[in-house]
Design a protein around this ligand. Structure first.
Ligand code: HEC
Length: 153
């Protein structure tokens, strides 16, 4: 027992350090590309919802789209580390305010997760007015953040 404890500790530490290296290995260009691809994915899912709400109202499609937004929105906050702003030498539409007003940005990111979860909860219900109302709430959350933190909105 006495000899195993340090071993376990060492293994845990190695796992932690390993994770840290993996996380920081992504270049600013990769990180920016990933977050942009995620936003595009959410844009595509919003389009599906919009189309279904305007026409077919296919609940399966709406549920899948809503779940895509809910899952993808969770990834975004971590994809704006320091050094991935306009000074990174890579094209980004993220405004410097993301980093100078970080608490407001994080709150906007968290709000999207919360609203997207509500959309995912209602999207498969077949209650079109409720889905439409929550779709608009999500859309408003996107727009609100873009107004403050995205260039070319
Ligand atoms: C917390 C703030 C925030 C929220 C919430 C947000 N966005 Fe964005 N969005 C940004 C920022 C910042 C950029 C610019 C990213 C970059 O260029 O590095 C962006 C970029 C985009 C882009 C362009 C991606 C590209 O190809 O360059 C699309 C599309 C987009 N957002 C869609 C959405 C949709 C749809 C939602 C809601 C479901 C949403 N965004 C919610 C901040 C946000």
């Amino acid at each position: 027992m006495m000899t195993r404890k340090p071993l376990i500790l060492a293994a845990a530490l190695a796992a932690l350090v390993g994770g840290g290296i993996a996380a920081s290995a992504a270049s600013p260009a990769d990180t920016i590309a990933t977050r942009q691809a995620n936003f595009k994915k959410m844009g595509g899912a919003m389009k599906v919802l919009k189309e279904e709400l305007a026409g077919g109202a296919d609940t399966e499609k709406m549920l899948t789209a809503a779940r895509t937004i809910a899952a993808t929105s969770r990834l975004q906050k971590a994809l704006f580390p320091a050094g991935t702003g306009p000074g990174a030498g890579v094209k980004t539409d993220a405004l410097p305010a993301v980093w100078t007003q970080r608490p407001a940005f994080d709150a906007a990111a968290a709000k999207l997760v919360a609203e997207a979860d509500k959309l995912a909860a209602v999207a498969g219900s077949g209650n079109t007015p409720a889905v439409l109302a929550q779709f608009k709430a999500v859309g408003g959350t996107c727009a609100e953040c873009h107004r403050q933190f995205r260039e070319d909105k």
